[in-house]
Design a protein around this ligand. Structure first.
Ligand SMILES: [Zn+2]
Length: 231
């Protein structure tokens, strides 16, 4: 009787662990990976970093289009594009506007701060989008390749990400203006698109080393953004 109960309890535990590690929505680094990026960057409210994905559940595409951009391989991602995309924040736009969403969310943060309103939730969105910026498959359309590998790619280091967030390699970025920010978003978007196109050509999953390196781009830019906001 007791052994049967233990077996049942183990079965339920395995099911619960399964849903924690493998969420159903596969279009974003998974939660713990987003949290790890924010922790690595030293964000005080790192635990907000998955919130933008939670919002998608109720807001659907209005929020969903802030998390990706459909690019052709070979596309040139310029700072001007980032400013142009910022105008489409929270609009229905199936081509996606992740790059502009980063800028727009930070503008929301500064606007609320200037008016003495609670601004942290705007920053929470920016922190999340900065995380999505390094996921190579967020820069490609939802084609057969993307559908085949997306979920596995989003979760590639998720199991240990939060425990090992210090493994995310940081480097120094200086930001003093929106122009600097747009240039850095464009740089990381371009290298992430290039990696995504290589992976697609080779029909393979991102490897774990590549994933940690990508997370480093997000965390480094987030760290620079946080310093800029403190000025
Ligand atoms: Zn996302």
């Amino acid at each position: 009787m007791l052994s049967e109960w233990i077996l049942r309890a183990r079965f339920v535990l395995i099911l619960l662990m399964g849903t924690a590690f493998f969420p159903l929505d596969g279009r974003a680094w998974w939660d713990e990976t987003h949290l790890a990026i924010a922790r690595a960057a030293g964000h005080r409210k790192w635990y907000h970093a998955a919130g933008a994905d939670i919002a998608k559940l109720k807001l659907g595409d209005v929020e969903g289009h802030n998390h990706y951009v459909n690019n052709a391989c070979g596309a040139r991602i310029t700072p001007a594009l980032i400013f142009e995309q910022a105008k489409r924040y929270d609009r229905l736009d199936p081509e996606g506007h992740l790059y502009g969403a980063i800028l727009a969310a930070l503008r929301g943060y500064r606007d609320f701060q200037a008016r003495n309103l609670y601004a942290e939730y705007h920053l929470a969105y920016a922190v999340h989008y900065l995380g999505d910026l390094s996921q190579p498959l967020h820069h490609l359309p939802q084609d057969d390749y993307n559908r085949k590998y997306h979920a596995a790619s989003d979760g590639i280091v998720n199991r240990e990400a939060l425990r090992m967030f210090k493994r995310i390699p940081l480097y120094s970025i200086a930001i003093g203006s929106e122009e600097d920010l747009a240039r850095e978003i464009a740089r990381i978007a371009q290298l992430s698109l290039k990696l995504g196109c290589t992976l697609r050509k080779e029909d393979r999953l991102i490897d774990r080393e590549q994933a940690w390196e990508q997370l480093g781009h997000s965390a480094s830019l987030l760290q620079a953004v946080l310093r800029w906001l403190e000025k």
